[in-house]
Design a protein around this ligand. Sequence first.
Ligand code: HEM
Length: 188
Amino acid sequence: MPIRNKPDQWGVISIGLHWLTLLLILGLASVGLLMVELPLGTFKVQVYALHKSFGLTVLALTLLRLGWRLVASAPAPVAGTPRWQDAIAKITHGGLYALLVAVPLSGWLFNSAAGFPLHWFGLFKVPSLHAYDSDIKAFAHSAHVSLFYAMAALLVLHAAAALFHHYRLHDRTLVRMLPLMKNRTEET
Ligand code: HEM
């Protein structure tokens, strides 16, 4: 597997960041939805702290990923992809990147406007984005929840499209994003 992306293959850095982000989002979503129901106490505070630290990690990884995409560019759509499908894919991917930034940012803003402290895995203090403000707190909270549901909807669409390419169109769209898959062009 190449380090950099190639015109017909994702490289190891993009593949790693893609699947690591998915894993983190699945964990953050399930823990996020469950943690709000926990009874008040030390355990709840610890779970919230982990949610916030992993959420900030997603923000950092997404910025890294966007930077890497600028440097290493993205492979072209697989041959024969109709223009309309490519346009929908580009809009979905753009929306997902925007939400991967906006969801953690809204959580960070909510946490700041609520006046809660923020430490990344207890290692260092993360600056506050805003002083205590109940209006901004309410706005950021509803943004965090609504943007999360928009992200979930786009994720389902994105995964359905990948499976459609694999099982219906039998092309390499999904395979070239999987680790340890040998690129057919390397075999020839
Ligand atoms: C991609 C990253 C993130 C995802 C997918 C995510 C997802 C979620 C979800 C699904 C909830 C439950 C919403 C509800 O039903 O009330 C939640 C709650 C929460 N999130 Fe996040 N989150 C992310 C990042 C962050 C970050 C970076 C912070 C803060 C630095 C944060 C702070 C919070 C807080 C404080 C709550 C609890 C809100 C309450 O108590 O009502 N989140 N998050």
